[in-house]
Design a protein around this ligand. Structure first.
Ligand SMILES: [Zn+2]
Length: 186
């Protein structure tokens, strides 16, 4: 049985037994906040528990490294949709210690890309089209600096209302402890 078959079998039972009832809520965030955090597996349950968040409380965007890398990319667009259409009044960027993106090395990932069958020719074509893969795949050396950079990008975005605080935090992926890097109220 494949992973997908297992999921679908479980899912049928979940729905039939109305297990969803305890998660019922609306699409509007009760705590009026949008969070950008990392896709790290250790944070799936830990982050909401450590922040006292339940279904319906906040919008959570997950992206490798909790990095907002482009002012007109899909993460920034999601933040703006959360603010203007879904009643989020605050933004919170939450990086974490021991993040995979802190160790990410562009040379290493490009090496693996080639090992998996992508030709150097394709990589060169992207390069000549102006796509800087080295920069795109580069991780960060300091999670605090990375969070600060993402907060600045969101906070200074021309389409973000000035009265929306943008906070920057770092979470410990083992204990759930949060440290404030930038307090958006100040
Ligand atoms: Zn991470």
């Amino acid at each position: 049985m494949t992973q997908l078959d297992n999921i679908l079998e479980y899912n049928k039972e979940f729905v039939d037994k109305k297990e969803y009832e305890k998660y019922e809520t609306t699409k509007l965030p009760d705590k009026r906040m949008v969070i950008v955090t990392c896709m790290d597996t250790r944070l799936i349950e830990l982050l909401p528990k450590a922040m006292n968040l339940k279904n319906g409380d906040v919008k959570i965007l997950k992206v490798a490294g909790a990095i907002v890398s482009h002012p007109f990319g899909s993460v920034m667009r999601s933040i703006l949709v959360a603010v203007y259409e879904l009643n989020a009044d605050e933004v919170c960027i939450i990086g974490h210690h021991d993040c995979g993106m802190s160790a990410l090395n562009a040379d290493s990932i490009l090496h693996k890309v080639k090992d998996r069958g992508v030709t150097q020719g394709k990589i060169d074509t992207l390069k000549y089209s102006g796509i800087d893969l080295e920069e795109w795949f580069q991780g960060f050396s300091s999670v605090e600096d990375s969070v600060r950079h993402s907060v600045e990008m969101v906070d200074n975005h021309p389409l973000l209302p000035k009265d929306v605080p943008v906070h920057g935090l770092v979470i410990n992926p083992e204990t759930g402890k949060l440290d404030v890097v930038i307090n958006g109220y100040k």
